[in-house]
Ligand binder design. Sequence first.
Ligand SMILES: [Zn+2]
Length: 140
Amino acid sequence: MASGRTATGGSQKRGSLICLVAGAGGRIRKMRDKLLKMRDELKRLSAMGDAAAAVVELDQSKVGRLSRMDAMQAQAVAQDTASRRDLMIRRIQAALERIDAGEYGRCQSCDEDIPPKRLEIEPTALFCIRCASEQEISSS
Ligand SMILES: [Zn+2]
């Protein structure tokens, strides 16, 4: 277990792509596990969310008109959360497919490698930081 592969940081920049791929193998496998766990968790939450939405509907018929707005609002929030969760599940699914295709970690826009640190924070990232910020600017 103690293979001494702890990242000490610093000057580990390598020019060779082959070297990078070989070194990334373990990391990508770990990322795959992480993504699978995330997806399972989201699916679990999604099942729970469906139950919560059903509860809101029940409440709606039980309570009067005044809190109907509250119920509708709560439902809207639940739906919003659910759709965001679905989107996340799709993004995770896409990331897993990219891993299997050997495309994972490559920017979909400029074809450059996405820094591993960025992938750790955002495992479903499709773009490198530069392209992502350009996308954000153009979409906002
Ligand atoms: Zn890019």
